[in-house]
Design a protein around this ligand. Sequence first.
Ligand SMILES: *Cc1c(COP(=O)(O)O)cnc(C)c1O
Length: 408
Amino acid sequence: MKQDDSAPGRSALHLDTRAVREALPRSAYGEHSEALFLTSSFVQPDAATAMARFAGEEDGFIYSRFSNPTVASMEQRLAALEGTEDAIGTASGMGAILLLMLGLLKAGDHVVCSQSVFGATIKLIASEFGKFGVQSSFVSQTDVSAWKAAIRPGTTKLLFAETPTNPLTEVCDIRALADLAHEAGALLVVDNCFCSPALQRPIEFGADIIVHSGTKYLDGQGRVIAGAVCASRDIVEGKLLPMQRSAGISLSPFNAWVVLKGMETLGLRMQAHSARAMELARWLQARPEVSRVHYPGLVSHPQHALAMAQQSGQGGAVLAFEVKAANPEQARARAFHVIDQTRLCSITANLGDTKTTITHPASTTHGRLSDQQRQAAGITQGLIRIAVGLEHPADIQADLARGLESLA
Ligand SMILES: *Cc1c(COP(=O)(O)O)cnc(C)c1O
């Protein structure tokens, strides 16, 4: 939905302010908190106006599959945070990627994608779109020359990256990938779930399209499933909105409202998540039972400098660490022990919540990979992923220390 550019000087305001204030104008009732419009359709004042609105010649809400004021407020606020002209809400993060690909690709087109992106993203691009003749290549997250080599001039339409990745927090160079994409006449898509626009705005590094799972940090409290695509008005109004009207991967107004309110505290939460994750990463690094900690905030991270430049000097909320072991069997047993000794951390693969979550990637999120694929991806049996929540850091440390100190 179009942003209201008539509001005087709004784009001059700081991001913290826009995260709280950016929305459609208040209704006639003067509500302070943005209204939740739970309605499937909208009444038109007369037949001629209805005709003009259906033809897209006049702005106005029609039907909530593709236009709703609460969803529009969420889209407007998210676009303001990402720095894009426009945004469109979707039913989920995967729905955002689906809408994007339906709207921009046709049979015969080619996509180059990082091999370390979210598992369902790989499945959607490689298998589901593969069925309809969209081709894809998967390359190393951090090897720019591999991205370059995979591009097929004239056929490659999208480069798709996610940074940092799950669970190893590998960081890609957004600027380098954007330049590669543009040289080839393609667009760079960045999945910005992990950092959120509070820490990382890919558009500032040349990316063209940002996708979000609103389910993660935008809501940030584990309540709803939601998604969005942020891009230029040409892409959103010209390609994605018409597809949304046909395809109906729509965001429910209720879920949009929850995400809209979640974004008001996004900046504060991401700072707090990052500070806690940094403290935990340092603590884990000093533990004798831990062989390695993967966290972009640590100087030991291979892309530390790049991460700090792209992520506002913050490491984000997610880290992973490996427990020391003599062999993979012992590593798995030790990782399970540390996980099972926790009483506070939630054993779940989800992330983006105020509650800290702990997971064993090799047997859950990456459990369907072959041993060989897992090894190539660096997902060892001793690896544990933590999405650090907002509990007191000392309590999280004590929760992990219980297992680490009693390793057999
Ligand atoms: C969760 C997630 C998605 C998918 O989002 P849903 O809202 O669960 O559909 C996509 N990308 C990343 C990086 C995610 O973490």
